[in-house]
Structures are given as structure tokens and as C-alpha cells.
Design a protein around this ligand. Structure first.
Ligand code: DAH
Length: 344
């Protein structure tokens, strides 16, 4: 319907309200909204006509146009909800409506298994007085290797080839969480205890047990007269926390340039008594490299090895998650595949 913008606003309002009242679907309401309220509609053209009116009429016309707009908006809204209510009533009255059906659930995500284990271990270790620390994933060669007693050309570098971020090879993606040991020593006065969960990177040919990106959790305790006994005690507590019961452990000598003596701590296989595929029929699982902090590393961190000693461990978080959840391919962990993640 064409409207003359000089029309009496009251008449316009009555016309609009009558048509809203007889509109019987959402399309009709939308058409009325366009005709009266949108750009180029009735209200807009009244407002556009104001500059041509005699000055004494301008204010009143503006106010009336606004009242018109507000009244029509309210009527449209009310009619819209009435129509929706009616259609719901009609649906309920039909034979297919079952008020006892559960409502559709909103899909919720879940924590990644690595995050779950990390949080559990953080709870466990903070309850024993450890601080949770963080460190950079893009690390200086100094912290990743040199300060950890791994000079250039040291054979230990071969097993931890990485991604180099600059031409001189001074900046690398960290290959382990151990560099945070030295960063911690620089920042925190001994005695202290800390864990460092985080992401690490290696230049690997990937397969079921090798991935270029994986997770570790470093542990470091520095104090007076810290001994191998303290180390074993802490490791047993860790395993009890992870597997929910006491687990027998054994220490074998292991070589890592930043500890002396260094150990491989094996845990009795939690899944079998006489050998299974997880422990490769040996009943032992190689789980936790660890050792007493090398005096050179304490020195790198500015700590006097004559006065202080410490132990450190490097838990393979990815490996631990694989063990706990019996995942046989490490590449699942960072695949981002929902079919995998939704199982946790
Ligand atoms: N950083 C070593 C690695 O990634 C693991 C490790 C071994 C950490 C012995 C330690 C340790 O703290 O004491 O292979």
C-alpha cells in the first residue's frame, strides 16, 4: 500500500496495527516490517520530510514518527511470539509430540588425555611442595645443550637432532624439557622443587613410536644432601599417583650428560604378571630416565655444587599416556582426529 508521508500519523498507526493483527505468518510480518520500519519505509520517509516542513511543525512530526515506529515494532514483536506459540501448540496437539523425550544435548568437548595426565601430575607434585614451571619451546642452544653439559660435537646431540630456527644454529626448537632446569636454577634460590610439563620437538622419521612433537615432564629438586634415595622415593610416589597403587621399580645405569650418576628407572609392568605386548614379554617397562644433577649443570645455573646437590628426571608424558590408555601409535595423540579424542 502506498502511503503519503503527510498522512495523519494516528491513521497510519491504526492501519499498521490492523494489518499486524490480521497477518498470519512470519512472512507477512516481515513484509510489514519492511513497509513501515526499514530503509525507505513509511517512518523513514516521514523523517526525511521533516526538513521541508515549517519549523514549528518539525519537532512534533519527529516525535510522532518515533512513537509510530516504537508502537509498530512492539506490535510486530508481540504478534511474532503469538504466532510462534500457536505453532508450538499445534505441534503439541499433533499425535507425534512426546513431552517425555529427552531434550537434545549440547555436544561437549573433553580434555585431551595429555592434558588430563598433566593436571593429575601437577596436583600430585604440588601436594609434595613442587612448583609448576614453564619454559620457552623455541630455545637457545645454550640452554638446550651447552648448559646441560652437551657441548658442540658431543655424540649426545645426534640422538636429539632438532629444528634450527636461525642460520647460526643458536636458536632451536627444544628437544626436551631439561633446559628449564637451568632456567629454574637461574631464577629460584635453592632449595626448591619443580616440575616442568611441556611440548618438545625432534627431527624424527615418524612411525608408531616416534613423533616430531611430543610431551615430557621434567622434574628437578635442589637441596642440601639430596641423595639417590630421595630420587627413588619421589619416583615411586609418582608411579603410585599414575597407576593408583605401589609399583616395583629397578634402577639401571643410564647415560645422560647432565646427570652423574644417571639411571634408567624401570617399572614393573602394571598390565601383566608374566609378560605381555606392552612390556615386550620382559615384565619391566623402561619409563623414567633420571639421575643426580651433574655439578657442571649446577654451575651453569649459578649454583655452587660444593654446597648443593639435586636430582632430576625426565618423564615421557606422551609415552605414559600411551601406556595408561593402551594406545599403540603415538601419532594419534596430536592427530586432532575427533574419532580418537572423543574416546577420552
Ligand atoms: N632430557 C632427557 C631426554 O629427553 C631425559 C632425561 C634424562 C631428563 C635424565 C632428566 C634426566 O632430567 O635426569 O632424553
Amino acid at each position: 500500500m502506498a502511503h503519503d508521508s503527510t498522512h495523519d500519523p494516528e491513521a497510519l498507526l491504526q492501519d499498521a496495527l490492523a494489518r499486524v493483527a490480521t497477518a498470519n505468518d512470519a512472512d507477512a510480518l516481515r513484509a510489514l516490517d519492511r513497509e513501515f520500519l526499514q530503509k525507505g519505509g513509511v517512518v523513514a520517509s516521514i523523517l526525511a520530510s521533516i526538513p521541508n516542513l515549517p519549523p514549528e511543525k518539525r519537532k512534533e512530526t519527529g516525535q510522532r514518527a518515533n512513537q509510530l515506529k516504537v508502537a509498530i515494532e512492539a506490535a510486530l514483536l508481540e504478534k511474532k511470539s503469538a504466532l510462534e506459540g500457536a505453532s508450538l501448540d499445534a505441534e503439541r496437539a499433533g499425535g507425534d509430540f512426546d513431552a517425555t523425550l529427552p531434550a537434545a544435548r549440547e555436544a561437549r568437548g573433553s580434555l585431551h588425555p595429555i592434558t588430563q595426565v598433566t593436571r593429575e601430575l601437577e596436583d600430585l607434585f604440588t601436594s609434595m611442595g613442587y612448583t609448576v614451571l614453564d619454559g620457552p619451546e623455541v630455545e637457545l642452544d645454550w640452554y638446550n645443550f651447552e648448559a646441560l653439559n652437551i657441548p658442540k660435537d658431543h655424540p649426545a646431540r645426534d640422538s636429539q637432532d632438532t629444528f634450527y630456527c636461525d642460520k647460526d644454529g643458536k636458536v632451536v626448537l627444544r628437544t626436551h624439557t631439561s633446559p628449564v632446569q637451568v632456567r629454574a636454577m637461574e631464577r629460584i634460590k635453592p632449595p626448591f622443587r619443580a616440575i616442568v610439563p611441556g611440548k618438545v620437538f625432534r627431527q624424527e622419521s615418524t612411525d608408531a613410536s616416534h613423533e616430531h612433537t611430543f610431551h615430557q615432564m621434567e622434574g628437578l629438586v635442589v637441596g642440601k644432601d639430596v641423595s639417590v634415595g630421595h630420587l627413588i622415593g619421589a619416583m615411586k610416589t609418582l608411579l603410585r599417583g599414575v597407576f593408583g597403587r605401589d609399583i616395583e621399580v629397578r634402577l639401571r645405569p643410564g647415560y645422560f650428560p647432565f646427570v652423574e650418576p644417571g639411571f634408567e628407572l624401570d617399572a614393573r609392568c602394571p598390565f601383566c604378571k608374566s609378560g605381555c605386548s606392552v612390556c615386550k614379554q620382559s615384565t619391566w617397562i623402561e619409563l623414567l630416565p633420571c639421575g643426580m644433577v651433574h655439578p657442571n649443570v649446577l654451575k651453569s645455573g649459578g649454583i655452587d655444587p660444593e654446597e648443593w646437590s639435586g636430582f632430576a628426571f625426565g618423564l615421557g608424558l606422551s609415552r605414559l599416556v600411551m601406556l595408561r590408555t593402551k594406545i599403540d601409535d603415538v601419532r594419534h595423540l596430536l592427530s586432532g582426529d575427533l574419532r580418537f579424542l572423543e574416546q577420552f
